[in-house]
Design a protein around this ligand. Structure first.
Ligand code: SF4
Ligand code: MSK
Length: 671
């Protein structure tokens, strides 16, 4: 019997995505959306109740008190499945960080074609954390030492990952006392795999303690290394005008879409696309030039730094090809659907894999090599240009939105305090006074099992109304961008009055785009500085802040969620729980689900919960923020206290005849 398909509007709230899904239906092509309809999720697997780590299984535990053939309980199996997912996520982020460290090393030694240290100030600041001498030394000398130090963090066997010292001192003490200080990135990931081999660690809480250690090796290790070095090599992001959605593709240009996560090759493709010889080559092929855009977090990397438009988020990778206007989709690592290659066969699009770690059968492989990155970038662009002549019928949705991304921790610091008094003080003050109720980090993926972009943007909009400042990364940030929430005035009309006042005064949008999913470390840095600047307690768990991943799907999201919890944050995931006995429902007997919530809260002050209902997510976020406010002795949040403000008030006054403005402003009638 054919499975029931959802209506197009149920697949996505994005009209550009809807247009492409209609096109797919007309042509008779399947996408992740239709495949999700056709493939019912396995209830046993999705709740973590299936074990297949040895050849005696797989063991599916569906009855009360049942164990696997080896005697493993449901709690042990769920904990093992969870730590394996977290470790895979930590490995993916961290391996990205490792590659960045090797590129920094090659750059410092003049061996990386086209790369240079672009942000010397950040290099010096980062080096200073580790007492690497900076005075009287060239950027390359400092970069060489930093690269060596960072490369060593992966293979380190004993001691502590050196980046952990950037966390608040009290937080470091929590980690020391609970025994979760990661020793080296690779060691923790390997140990997670060892512990979960048949016949090893079988105490769920003990397994999950190591899950925390492994996730910390990601957040305060591999990911932080990736963010630091990306900024050093390509520049620390600052606000810049960009655009998002499929309408950024251009009919009269060669469209090259870069997709994945690493900025290394994509930055070179940006440079190559502007080279006169490439523009000339494109013109000879009958195009006006090369139009570059991105998908997923490669998009975020070049959007934040170069203003290169984002064609869309995770669920739009197939939809970009469906426009028929993409000459090449160039992919590196992570979140790349294998379906792209089969889909591209219906069009002229070339799918080009570039990472030595990622090949897809049927795709063209042009391997990235940092020693000749610019040469390779040009080779890729020439292949795309050569393909322009093969373009058939196209349909590019005329839908795109402007946005201002680029809110790195450093820029927020500058924005709030200027060059000489860079500080988070005004933000802390606004939270303390109640103008801003608290902060929410809304991050993470799309998932075709939920309506594309709906949960992200619903939760974002509702929290903004409640005077909650929102910071975003990853595919969630692209969802908000497409709705126009990442713009100053454009986003302010539906924002609470206190938050609006702050945004108008400082000149920021109410939703700050902070980067890719590896850049969730920027959020850790922001929280750390909010603690350092005073008034909001002396550790991250006291700050009125919550992290949300409403549409998560990747293992990296689980690692991010876990390191944020271990850093003191309350983290809410949407969708189904990988550790509840019944999908969407936690019962008293779900030991693992309780442990990562109440158990972790006791140990780390943060907790991880899976809440599918968006209104419950919002209610719990606000309740948590209000509790943290009360614990700090801050005034109870009062939405009527700050009324209308700033520019909004002036616009209202402009509507009045001038003789009434004075009375409206000062309560005194005109003479
Ligand atoms: Fe089954 Fe135990 Fe093997 Fe897992 S480890 S598959 S529960 S026998
Ligand atoms: S790309 S990990 S779908 S955020 Fe970073 Fe988006 Fe999630 Fe991939």
């Amino acid at each position: 019997m054919a499975k029931k398909r959802r209506e197009i509007e149920e697949y996505s709230i994005d009209p550009a995505a809807q247009q492409m899904l209609i096109r797919a239906e007309e042509i008779g092509i399947g996408t992740a959306f239709t495949r999700a309809d056709d493939m019912a999720a396995c209830n046993i697997g999705s709740a973590g109740m299936c074990c297949k780590i040895c050849g005696m299984g797989p063991c599916r535990l569906t009855k009360e008190g049942q164990t696997g053939i080896c005697g493993a309980t449901i709690d042990t199996i769920q904990a093992r499945n969870l730590i394996r997912a977290i470790s895979a996520g930590a490995a993916a982020h961290s391996d990205h960080g490792r590659d960045m460290a090797f590129i920094l090393k090659a750059t410092a030694n003049g061996e990386a074609e086209g790369y240079a240290v672009r942000d010397v100030a950040k290099l010096r600041n980062v080096a200073a954390y580790y007492d690497i001498p900076v005075d009287g030394r060239s950027p390359n000398e400092i970069a060489n030492d930093l690269a060596d130090l960072y490369i060593a963090q992966f293979g380190q066997q004993k001691g502590e990952i050196v980046l952990l010292k950037r966390a608040p001192p009290k937080r470091q003490k929590v980690w020391q006392e609970t025994g979760v200080m990661p020793r080296g990135v690779d060691r923790e990931v390997v140990e997670a795999l060892h512990r979960t081999h048949i016949g090893d660690d079988q105490d769920p809480e003990h397994i999950l303690q190591h899950a925390v250690r492994t996730a910390l090796a990601d957040g305060w290790g591999g990911s932080l290394i990736a963010t630091d070095i990306s900024d050093i090599l390509f520049g620390t992001p600052a606000p810049i005008l960009g655009q998002a959605n499929l309408g950024v593709l251009k009919e009269d240009m060669v469209n090259v879409v870069v997709h994945g996560h690493e900025p290394t090759l994509s930055e070179m493709i940006v440079a190559a696309s502007q080279a006169p010889d490439i523009i000339e080559y494109a013109k000879k092929a009958g195009a006006k030039g090369v139009n570059l855009s991105g998908i997923c977090c490669t998009a975020n990397e070049i959007l934040m730094r170069q203003g290169i438009p984002a064609a869309g988020n995770f669920l739009q990778q197939e939809l970009a090809i469906l426009t028929g206007a993409v000459e090449a989709m160039v992919v590196d690592v992570q979140c790349i659907m294998q379906a792209l290659v089969g889909l591209a066969e219906n069009f002229h699009t070339k799918v080009i894999t570039t990472s030595p770690k990622v090949k897809i059968k049927g795709a063209t492989h042009i391997q990235f090599d940092e020693h000749k990155a610019l040469t390779i970038a040009k080779e890729i662009l020439r292949a795309a240009i050569d393909n322009f002549k093969n373009r058939g019928e196209t349909q590019i949705p005329d839908i795109r939105e402007n946005l201002i991304p680029g809110f790195s921790h450093e820029y927020i610091n500058y924005m709030l305090g200027g060059s000489y008094r860079a500080s988070f003080r005004p933000l802390n003050d606004a939270i303390m006074s109640g103008r801003i109720r608290g902060v929410a980090a809304i991050v993470g993926c799309n998932n075709p099992r939920s309506r594309h972009d709906y949960l992200h943007t619903y939760v974002t909009r509702e929290l903004l109304k409640q005077d909650v400042l929102v910071v975003e990364t990853g595919c969630g940030a692209i969802a908000s961008a497409k709705l126009g929430l990442l713009l100053g005035e454009a986003g302010l009309d539906k924002v609470g009055p206190g938050l609006r006042q702050v945004c108008e005064t400082v000149g920021i949008p109410p939703v700050l785009h902070m980067g890719s999913c590896v850049d969730n470390t920027r959020i850790l840095t922001v929280l750390t500085q909010m603690v350092e600047d005073g008034g909001l307690g002396d550790d991250i768990d006291q700050v009125p802040a919550v992290g949300l991943a409403p549409e998560w799907m990747s293992e990296k999201a689980l690692s991010i969620g876990t390191y944020c919890v271990a850093s003191g944050a309350y983290v809410i995931f949407g969708g189904s729980s990988p550790v509840s006995g019944m999908p969407d429902k936690v019962s008293d007997s779900d030991e693992v689900a309780h442990f990562i919530s109440a158990g972790w809260e006791k140990l780390y002050g943060g907790k991880l919960e899976f809440i599918p209902d968006p209104d419950e997510m919002i209610a719990k976020t606000l309740a948590h923020i209000d509790k943290k406010r009360a614990d700090l002795g801050l005034p109870v949040y009062d939405p009527t206290r700050f009324g209308q403000s700033g520019d909004a008030r002036m616009l209202e006054l402009e509507e009045l005849p001038f003789w009434q403005r004075r009375e409206a402003l000062y309560g005194v009638a005109a003479d």
